[in-house]
Ligand binder design. Structure first.
Ligand code: AMP
Length: 472
């Protein structure tokens, strides 16, 4: 094409694109569409989550996306990042203060109280899967709408519950072939934490450390000093590495609880790292807190099976590094939350895994996926009469349990067989005008290309002979 025309055409295209853009409303920042080709990954992780939750006796529940803003202010904590910076909240037409859920636990606890689940045999083990919303700064692995797989064990004080939760979390990743290490710490109870916070505040007040803290940490020192330990700013990270460790201040009960959790993990061969800097960002946690980090981030960090012994002898000596990659999941114990939210005193623990990040890992590692799109049989037709008959046959075979595929809208046999090839089916059944008249149908072996004529009435028996009985 002469250059002159090309230029004019391009300009024309630009004009059309600009005009279209003017009309087009794109998706919001930090929000993601899940297209059909990505759904393969979603099916896989949802299936794994559902299977594991079921095996370990967690029953599924759903809660609304919208809740009263107060629910999160009271549970997650007024000074938490989730509430202060990240919540999507608004005043609705009735002047009610509403929030899009930024995490699952508060809604699940509300439902537990509201539906009198304390009257059921305890503990109540719940499984939750759905979208959450945080007005975070969008970047790789950080969205404003993302999905979590969440398990909650409400009504159990025993460290077995903490260990079971961590084990299920670990198995989820292991079975998806993602190498992870559990980061674990205990942040004690309201009694022993008080003593620790005094030590921590004194530490930051010594030797001009306070002046070196970042802007946010100066505020945290007053409002929530524990959060000084997991700040990502370089100067704060360096100071946190020198700070007193909470495990040295645990009361006997909290210390024994933690040792028991670690002993179970040792027994189950679950790799974990005692991480004294791990505190989690929400107000409701006590005792065990944990996160799941991809193991690559562990290169410089000591992995510590046998940590229970170390902790029993002397507080864990290792200083874990701050996560260089985004965590894949996290959780902990929240023994005070149910009562704080208006229920009876009820011990509990829970965890949440971010599914977008899990899927990113699966894609990064090229983990082979079973192709759900693949069928066993393709139904091809030639002519209107054959098409009508084959649409009926499709339903018969689908109901009999066969994995059937079709391209009813295509007319040419060639393009239908090409489609069958792409779908990876073993056999195509071909029905033309002649076969309709004869009461027969052709069966084509897609690998060898060999075609045979069979009696139309004997299709199901013939397919069962070749593919096995799908009902069995
Ligand atoms: P959290 O309760 O903040 O520890 O979140 C639990 C898990 O959800 C994290 O470990 C991540 O896998 C995931 N997650 C948290 N925030 C985001 C986000 N903004 N975008 C995507 N996934 C997230």
């Amino acid at each position: 094409m002469p250059k002159m025309f090309k230029k004019k055409e391009n300009k024309e295209d630009d004009k059309i694109i600009r005009a279209r853009r003017g009309k087009f409303v794109s998706r919001l920042r930090g929000m993601k569409d899940v297209l059909p080709e990505e759904y393969r990954y979603w099916n896989l992780v949802i299936k794994k989550a559902t299977e594991l939750a079921k095996s370990y006796g967690f029953k599924r529940l759903d809660t609304p996306v919208l809740e009263s803003l107060e629910l999160y202010e009271r549970s997650s904590g007024r000074s938490s990042d989730v509430v202060t910076k990240e919540m999507f909240s608004f005043v609705d037409k009735n002047d009610d203060r509403i929030a899009l859920r930024p995490e699952a636990t508060p809604g699940v606890v509300r439902a537990y109280i509201e539906h009198g689940m304390f009257n059921l045999p305890q503990p109540v083990k719940l499984f939750w899967l759905g979208p959450v919303f945080r007005h975070d700064k969008p970047q790789a692995g950080r969205f404003r709408q993302f999905s979590q797989f969440d398990l909650e064990n409400i009504g159990e004080t025993s460290p077995v519950a903490d260990a079971e939760l961590i084990a299920v979390t670990y198995y989820f990743f292991r079975e998806l072939q993602i190498d992870v290490v559990i980061q674990i710490n205990s942040i004690g109870c309201s009694v022993c934490r008080k003593d620790y916070l005094v030590k921590l505040e004194n530490f930051y007040k010594e030797r001009g450390r306070r002046a070196k803290l970042c802007h946010d940490c100066k505020k945290r020192l007053v409002k929530n000093p524990l959060r000084l330990l997991d700040c990502k700013e370089k100067a704060c990270v360096e100071m946190a590495a020198e700070a007193p460790q909470i495990v040295d201040s645990l009361c006997d009960d909290c210390r024994n609880h933690f040792i028991k959790v670690l002993e179970y993990l040792d027994e189950l061969d679950i790799p974990y790292n005692l991480n004294p800097l791990l505190v989690r960002g929400l107000d409701y946690y006590n005792r065990t807190v944990f996160e799941v980090w991809p193991s690559a981030a562990e290169a410089a960090v000591e992995v510590a099976p046998g940590g229970a012994e170390k902790l029993a002898g002397k507080a864990a000596g290792e200083r874990a590094e701050q996560p260089r990659q985004n965590a894949l999941g996290g959780g902990g114990r929240y023994d005070g939350l149910v009562e704080y939210m208006g229920g009876r005193p009820t011990a509990a623990c829970g965890m949440a895994i971010g599914l977008e990040r899990v899927i990113m890992k699966i894609k990064e590692k090229n983990i082979p996926l079973k192709d759900d799109e693949k069928g066993d049989i393709f139904l091809a037709q030639l002519g209107d009469q054959a098409r009508r008959k084959i649409m009926k046959l499709f339903e018969v075979l689908r109901k009999a349990g066969f994995n059937v595929r079709e391209a009813f809208t295509k007319d040419s046999l060639k393009s239908q067989l090409e489609a069958a090839d792409k779908m990876g089916v073993k056999y195509s059944l071909i029905l033309g005008q002649k076969e309709v008249m004869d009461g027969t149908i052709l069966i084509r072996d897609m690998e060898s290309g060999i075609q045979e004529i069979i009696d139309y009435k004997k299709i199901v028996a013939e397919l069962e002979k070749r593919l096995g009985n799908p009902a069995k």
